[in-house]
Design a protein around this ligand. Sequence first.
Ligand code: A3P
Length: 288
Amino acid sequence: MSFDHFDYKGVRFAKELHTEESVSRAENEFEVFDDDIYNVTYPKSGTNWMIEVLNLIKHKGDVTKSDVLSIQMRSPWYEAVRFYESIEKMESPRILSSHLPHHIFAKSYFKSKAKIIYTIRNPRDVIVSMFHFTKILSMFTPTENLQDFIDDFIQGKALYGSWFDHVKGWMQMKDDERFFFITYEELLQDLRGSVVRICKFLGQELDDAQIDSVVKHSTFKTMKENPMSNWSQIPSEVLDQSKGAFMRKGISGDWKNHFTVAQSEYFDKIYQEKMKDFNMSFFWEQSS
Ligand code: A3P
């Protein structure tokens, strides 16, 4: 995966989005408020889906209030330089996104009462989603060969570094009451049940009709058709959706249409090695 980058504390960042100073600022100076909610993910794991869900929950399912801004402006990435100004103007309670790993996350978070929702996705599907994304986002030089892409991903040369380190780092917080984790696959399997669990974690009381509305407006189909959510407001020089949609397939298991048997076995072996000290098993380990 090729993009202009620098490494900070073992993690790969894109120069298009960050500078070393900006990452250091995000880590050391960013002020977390107690009522903030952080939507944290490794890229291509359902970040935008969770932005939609969380903003709809905040507005009790009222899409006319939730979707007044494009999806990125609703919950900007707090570490990205281009969002600094808009974040300063945000009203509390803020819902912010981040792809930062645990060891670089805002230090002030760890002294706060702010909540984190961490969404995890089968890394095989993350690879496939990212592989397609690099073909449409101008800051990447697309990799034609999936094997090279898989190797870069395994070696932590992808945007925001190693998936394995990201997941293991964040999951150290799994028993913390300010931390809630969910998988992309659970969202797909039972969106309504997931929304109910997220509401409970956030202490938000929504009635059945409000929950129905959150679900209705955060399905793949609705988001793909919603210009406030499908990234169509991003200029085509930056994101060329004539080559492929940002809201691409929205399914689990698409990796099976891309990986060869050999690639699948190769990835399984690496996965097992890298996750051997991690004593939790995810949905895809039973079904992949
Ligand atoms: P695919 O490329 O596999 O389709 P992120 O927001 O972290 O960049 O993740 C993007 C991935 O989430 C894309 O996956 C996108 O289609 C999928 N996605 C976004 N909204 C979704 C939704 N409502 N339901 C299912 N998948 C969704």
